[in-house]
Write a protein that binds this ligand. Structure first.
Ligand code: KDG
Length: 354
């Protein structure tokens, strides 16, 4: 595996808008640039906040937690100090989420997919081919459906403050371009640890293997698996082009990130400190979505320039893929609850009409 230079976290931030529900390695070292301690608002005391993500500092999510750091330190007069850790320095999503539940870490921002073992309703975001645009996804996440799912976190020792954006997932592999469902046949595919993804790719004829994100590059390099699927910004940031000749623009699933805070930590904060955390998470999330959209828009050309053979999947073939996975969507719609699924589909339809 190419040695990554795990750089130190130095965060950036800008003030933004407050939206309800909208919604990564410094080599283990702490940020070397902390906002100077100024006049802290009343009700704010010295706090240390460890933020860990699986993605790299150069990824839009890394940019997002750097912005979060600056916003929190700015709003608290430097009293609330954020320490960012990138590239799974603090462990993979599951380990960091458990660390929040145990009060050993304060913040992580994983995809919602690994949470479905704990909260099955998050599986609605793993249904393939239900969103056509980021705007549709934001309408669901920032509306009543997204909030209902955030409301299920506290009973698991977690507080969800905002949804950030991982984005539309695309397929890379070392075997062939994938245009039709038949092209998936026999591809050993790494997936997130999420049963809907596993069953959907089996229905398409692939041979899926669940695996933590931090193990993906070495599994591709050693040919343990033939392929993986992730948003373009992740494919680029993690240099999958070095071990994956083919990129197929399937846009098969839109994955959100969810900004998680340890409930043990959260419950010890004053109302003023909680307000600072919430505003910073939402404002940084708005910024992160913008950065992510721009990065994903330019990543295809960058990955082509890096040598990947890129194929667009036609609408007709995406429809055939959707038909192949429909039985999986039907099965999990029943398991999750048709009311929530129907509410989400209605939100999508409403967004489409705008
Ligand atoms: O910590 C990084 C993961 O949350 C995110 O990249 C998940 O998309 C993901 C994957 O493929 O594991």
């Amino acid at each position: 595996m190419k040695k990554w230079v795990k750089s130190l976290a130095i965060s950036l931030a800008l003030p933004g808008l407050l939206l309800m529900g909208c919604g990564g390695g410094n080599g283990g070292g702490s940020a070397t640039t902390n906002a100077p301690k100024g006049d802290a608002p009343a009700g704010v005391q010295e706090r240390k906040i460890k933020v860990g993500i699986g993605l790299n500092e150069d990824h839009p999510e890394g940019q997002g937690i750097k912005k979060f750091k600056e916003l929190v330190e700015q709003k608290s007069g430097g009293k609330m100090q954020v320490q960012n850790f990138f590239s799974a320095t603090l462990g993979d999503d599951q380990k960091m989420t458990e660390a929040l539940q145990g009060g050993l870490q304060e913040v992580t921002v994983p995809s919602t997919s690994p949470l479905v073992g704990m909260i099955k309703e998050y599986g609605v975001f793993d249904f393939p081919f239900i969103f056509n645009t980021e705007q549709e996804a934001h309408a669901v996440l920032d509306g009543p459906v997204g909030q209902k799912l955030l409301d299920k976190l506290p009973e698991h020792g977690l507080i969800g403050l905002a949804y950030w954006e991982n984005g539309f997932r695309n397929l890379t592999n070392s075997k062939r371009p994938v245009n039709t469902p038949q092209d998936f046949q026999g591809i050993k595919l790494r997936t997130m640890q999420n049963e809907i993804h596993l069953e959907a790719f089996k229905a398409l004829g692939a041979n899926p293997t669940p695996m933590a994100f931090s193990e993906v590059f070495s599994a591709l390099e050693s040919k343990t698996v033939d392929g993986q699927e992730n948003p373009l910004a992740t494919i680029k940031s993690n240099k999958y082009n070095e071990v994956q000749p083919y990129l197929s623009l399937t846009k098969h699933v839109y994955t959100p990130f969810v900004f998680l805070v340890s409930k043990k930590f959260w419950d010890g904060l004053s109302p003023e400190e909680q307000k600072i955390m919430k505003e910073a998470a939402v404002e940084a999330g708005k910024y992160q979505r913008e950065v992510n959209f721009k990065e994903n828009a330019k990543a295809v050309e960058d990955l082509k320039a890096a040598g990947m053979k890129v194929n667009e999947v036609s609408d007709e073939n995406r429809q055939k893929m959707k038909e192949a996975v429909q039985p999986v969507i039907d099965k999990y719609s029943k398991e999750i609850g048709k009311d929530l699924v129907n509410e989400m589909m209605a939100e999508i339809e409403k967004a489409r009409k705008k």
